[in-house]
Design a protein around this ligand. Structure first.
Ligand SMILES: Nc1ncnc2c1ncn2[C@@H]1O[C@H](COP(=O)(O)OP(=O)(O)OP(=O)(O)O)[C@@H](O)[C@H]1O
Ligand SMILES: [Mg+2]
Length: 365
């Protein structure tokens, strides 16, 4: 097709507010409209005749497979929420539609609409409320289970003392051991009501502590990358609670890499300042972002939307409480946790406002 014909064909797309890419089966770009240039910060000149990887990584050949499907089934494809990582290392959420171009056997239109920030905020808020309700429900349940469990264990012990036959004690031991196991689980679900201790703290002290705990648990096979913004100010937090939250996240990464039997296990801690961000319906002038990154197998697809819910686990011996606990502890500091995961790279980002209305706990005399 001559360039002139192509130009006329794509003219109608020039003024669209949605970002449009026209490409062939192999994802080689024939045309992009100005909205695409703005969305991905790449010019048409840089893009045309190149692969769509100039804009973003085609993780798991997602786009290639979709184009094949659209070509075979002769209909369009829609994805309401898809996360892309651009070459500026920005993660953006888009809704996308792929259609075969009429009058062309080998051209496809990919249309992107960036998900409204507002929608995202509303969704986060909904998820947060749902999570609070779930946690509350489980706490009440754990409370109700804990008391009869004590009675059950005590009765089994008394019974054991009365048993004449030694071999029967095997059964009372099962009752006692299983009651203990349940008791431990219930205790973890009922986050201890320790009084918080708020103190001015440097985030890097906390991260260094987590690092040494991880290294002692997972030996020195783990390589650590630390990329700290040392200019970050101190802020008021409960040190032990933050250590617990970050440790739960980092430990998951280390466990996933170990279970994956990979040769190189790498954990990264990155800290940065974030300015003027909005979350949980509040605007924060400055916040600290902590990225905890591992190069493990990634979070299983079927788990990704539920990992923060209590009792959700993908590990045989996991109890599924680590992340839900971390979420609660970060919420105490008015922060939030976000997560993006693809095979080979899982990023948990914790965002903590510096101005959090917490006041230092007075030292006891
Ligand atoms: N970095 C990660 N890489 C791969 N999978 C992960 C990662 N982080 C979390 N997961 C998945 O999320 C699940 C939930 O994690 P969570 O910490 O809540 O529970 P757990 O680790 O299974 O048990 P617990 O922490 O209570 O011992 C994990 O079982 C695992 O399948
Ligand atoms: Mg865990």
């Amino acid at each position: 097709m001559s360039n002139k014909v192509k130009k006329i064909k794509h003219e109608g797309m020039e003024s669209l507010v949605t970002a449009v890419i026209v490409c062939d089966k192999d994802l080689i770009i024939n045309y992009i409209n100005p909205s695409t240039e703005t969305l991905f910060e790449v010019s048409a000149k840089q893009a045309v005749n190149n692969n769509i990887s100039v804009f973003f990584e085609d993780t798991n050949n997602f786009f290639k497979k979709i184009l094949q499907k659209v070509d075979e089934q002769k209909n369009s494809y829609k994805e309401h929420e898809y996360f892309l990582q651009t070459h500026q290392k920005k993660t953006i959420c888009v809704s996308l539609t792929v259609t075969a171009l009429i009058d062309s056997s080998d051209e496809f239109i990919i249309e992107f609409i960036q998900m409204d920030q507002q929608l995202k905020v509303a969704r986060e808020e909904r998820m947060f409320i749902q999570q609070q309700a779930n946690t509350e429900l489980l706490r009440n349940l754990a409370h109700e289970v804990r008391n009869p469990l004590g009675g059950l264990r005590g009765a089994a012990q008394l019974l054991e003392q009365e048993l004449g036959e030694e071999s029967l004690k095997e059964y009372t031991q099962i009752i006692i051991n299983e009651a203990d196991r349940l008791q431990n689980l219930m205790n973890r679900m009922l986050t201890p009501h320790q009084m918080p201790v708020y103190k001015k703290t440097n985030i890097h002290e906390i991260l260094e502590r987590v690092r040494s705990l991880i290294l002692s648990e997972f030996s020195s096979d783990m390589s650590f990358i630390r990329d700290y913004d040392v200019s970050l100010p101190e802020f008021i937090v409960d040190r032990e609670k933050l250590i617990q939250a970050i440790l739960n996240i980092a430990r998951n990464g280390a466990q996933a890499m170990k279970l994956n039997n990979q040769d190189s296990m790498q954990l990264s801690f990155i800290t940065r300042a974030e300015r003027q961000i909005v979350f949980r319906k509040k605007k924060h002038a400055t916040a600290i972002r902590i990225d905890i990154i591992d190069n493990g197998p990634g979070i299983k697809n079927e788990l990704i939307d539920k990992i923060f819910f209590p009792l959700v686990t993908g590990n045989e011996n996991g109890s599924g409480l680590g992340l839900s606990l971390a979420q609660n502890l970060i919420s105490l500091h008015q922060g939030m946790i976000d997560c993006h995961s693809v095979p080979g790279k899982t990023v948990f980002s914790i965002i903590l406002p510096i101005e959090n209305n917490l006041t230092s706990t007075k030292e006891k005399k």
